[in-house]
Design a binder for this molecule. Structure first.
Ligand SMILES: NC(=O)c1ccc[n+]([C@@H]2O[C@H](COP(=O)([O-])OP(=O)(O)OC[C@H]3O[C@@H](n4cnc5c(N)ncnc54)[C@H](OP(=O)(O)O)[C@@H]3O)[C@@H](O)[C@H]2O)c1
Length: 382
């Protein structure tokens, strides 16, 4: 690489966004943080802007615009606000890579906008593929844009692929979350504080709750279908509590390839930036002699029905995964706010799947309407 790649980080104040900045700092001869964005974390965004001196920052929540603009007035940094600004800044001709690391449905429109501008996408925002996998695949092909997965499991699968050799099965590993061993009775009483204490990964609040319900794994099944072009029955979830094997690919001759590493998202983030090359990095290495056991279990979809609901949504197709995603966003938030119990999350999603109009249309308009209607309906259940 002759000159630095300029990276737009959507959601730079989040867990993935801050780790991406660490990667950029370590590899600052290769990469530059060109656009930084946040929703409400004003102080963090300002501090990041002062440290990394991007060309542009966007604060999605417009009410914070003056605060951010005034705080950066002494620097040559453009400051914008609002959701539309996110869609515009990713199209800047100087941006080489867009790291889609916002959380939730809000990440969909800016990701589409980046694809339409021909930008390479490093995709962490799994909700984008859950909601609109077919549309994203179509657009990526039309605009000849590579979509490189950042999610650790999908990065692992991506690293195992062999051009020309067909995948027989994807073995998608799953830590099992903090409630893997909880009984039905114990699950009745879990709170957000229990759920937020993930055993192996340190992540944002929404994905941590999704990991506790296994909805995160369900979303990853949908994500895998669209990224790797496999049928749902070719994707097997394997509970592997140590999170050392980040996923595996089984080929048609029965050979299985796995990618291993310590649980550290900086590796898949860096690989998405440097693909197809690997860069020397300071991350911890796996110490096989300290490893006691590597264990594997079937997921329990009776205690964790969200995983099954995701498979069902994938099987039905159309806007059903969009319905699941929107209902989950509302239920997940309500659980974090102590307004519903853990069990209600899957019930609300199931009710939304039964209630909201099904459509096979895969246009952005349909997804926007479905998302709005489902959020409204799910709120009435809380
Ligand atoms: N964390 C992980 O290890 C991990 C692993 C694999 C995949 N992912 C995926 O990566 C994405 C980000 O996860 P995360 O854990 O980094 O989340 P997070 O820590 O909650 O960060 C989310 C980021 O998105 C911004 N944001 C939230 N809502 C927004 C909105 N409506 N408009 C604009 N920006 C908004 C946040 O800004 P504020 O700070 O201002 O709220 C923050 O910068 C998710 O889709 C997740 O599933 C995460």
């Amino acid at each position: 690489m002759n000159e630095k790649k300029r990276i737009a980080i959507l959601g730079s104040t989040g867990s993935i966004g801050t780790q991406a900045l660490e990667v950029i700092e370590e590899q600052n001869h290769l990469y530059e943080a060109y656009v930084l964005t946040a929703n409400n974390s004003v102080d963090k965004l300002i501090a990041q802007a002062r440290k990394y001196q991007p060309a542009t920052v966007v604060i999605a929540n417009e009410s914070h615009y003056d605060t951010v603009r005034n705080a950066l007035a002494d620097l040559p940094i453009k400051v914008y606000a609002g959701a539309d600004a996110l869609c515009q800044v990713v199209q800047d001709e100087n941006v080489d890579i867009v790291l889609a690391s916002m959380v939730g449905f809000a990440g969909l429109r800016p990701t589409i906008s980046a694809i339409q501008a021909g930008k390479m996408i490093a995709l962490a925002n799994k909700e984008t593929l859950v909601v609109a996998g077919e549309l994203i695949g179509r657009l990526a092909a039309e605009y000849k844009v590579p979509i490189i997965p950042v999610d650790s499991e999908h990065s692992a699968i991506f690293q195992c692929l062999e051009p020309g050799n067909k995948i027989e099965k994807i073995l998608l590993t799953c830590s099992g979350g903090p409630f893997r061993k909880f009984s039905d009775e114990e699950l009745q009483h879990v709170t957000k504080d229990h759920a937020l204490a993930h055993p192996t990964w340190n992540m944002g609040a929404k994905i941590t709750i999704d990991s506790a319900t296994l909805m995160n794994k369900g979303f990853e099944v949908i994500e895998a279908k669209w990224l790797f072009g496999v049928r749902p029955e070719q994707i097997q979830v394997v509970v592997h509590p140590q999170s050392v094997i980040h996923s595996m690919v089984q080929f048609e001759d029965g050979a299985v390839k796995a990618q291993l590493g310590v649980p550290d998202m900086r590796l898949p983030i860096q690989y998405a930036f440097s693909y197809p090359h690997r860069l020397k990095a300071s991350f911890d290495r796996v110490d096989f002699f300290k490893m006691k056991d590597l264990t594997f279990e079937q997921p329990d979809t009776r205690r964790f029905p969200c995983l099954q609901l995701a498979y069902e949504a994938l099987g039905r197709g159309g806007n059903m995964p969009c319905i699941v995603n929107a209902a989950n966003e509302i239920a997940n938030r309500a659980f974090i706010d102590d307004r519903i119990s853990f069990h209600r999350i899957s019930e609300i999603i199931e009710q939304a799947m039964a209630h909201i109009d099904f459509s096979t249309d895969s246009s952005l308009d349909t997804y926007l309407l479905t998302d709005k209607a489902t959020r409204h309906y799910a709120q009435t259940l809380i």
